[in-house]
Design a protein around this ligand. Structure first.
Ligand SMILES: [Zn+2]
Length: 184
């Protein structure tokens, strides 16, 4: 089951340039897939961005994060080449006319030693792009809540993944700084 996504890069002033992909996936699977592509195909995040943001002009579009998302779009992924990270936004349907891109989650494309969660783009049946996320603290699989909170950096929002097996959490700030709390 594919999800209709945009994948690209953030430009100044909340603008983005992104490629439409009909068979995309949710944030866990996409982040794992992008990590693998960065390691095995492009070797740098700059080149990874170029693959999606400039490859096929027909499939690439421009938009603004504060615009109402296209009717049939589910997720938007913006790669930050400088910070080696990807930010996911989901289509928040809200009341009619108040739809928007809502910050969903961030993942570092070069995993740090301190990652709380292992991610894979394969699901329980080994199906590609289903996605699995495993807590390294308690071993819980796919037991993670996603939310956001005001950033300690003083602007924008942090994203938080929290395991509801052991309550450990990993916060990623807008510069892709990571803050892990292990509780088990
Ligand atoms: Zn856990």
């Amino acid at each position: 089951m594919g999800q209709r996504i945009l994948l690209g890069e953030c430009l100044p002033r909340q603008e983005y340039r992104a490629m439409y992909i009909h068979w995309g996936a949710g944030p866990v699977a996409m982040a794992a897939d992008l990590r693998r592509q960065r390691t095995t195909v492009t070797s740098t995040t700059d080149l990874l961005v170029k693959v999606f943001a400039t490859a096929d002009a027909d499939a690439v579009s421009y938009g603004y994060l504060d615009e109402i998302p296209g009717f049939d779009l589910e997720l938007l992924y913006l790669i930050d080449a400088n910070a080696n990270g990807v930010t996911a936004y989901h289509h928040d349907w809200g009341p009619a006319g108040r739809e928007r891109w809502e910050l969903d989650s961030r993942f570092r494309l070069i995993p740090g030693d301190d990652e709380l969660f292992e991610i894979s783009d394969r699901g329980p049946e080994d199906l590609l792009l289903e996605g699995t996320i495993r807590c390294t603290c308690c071993g819980g699989i796919n037991q993670v809540d996603f939310d956001t909170l005001p950033s300690h950096l003083g602007h924008d929002r942090d994203t938080r993944l929290r395991c509801h097996g052991c309550n450990s959490s990993q916060i990623i700030d807008p510069r892709f700084g990571s803050h892990v709390q292990r509780l088990a």
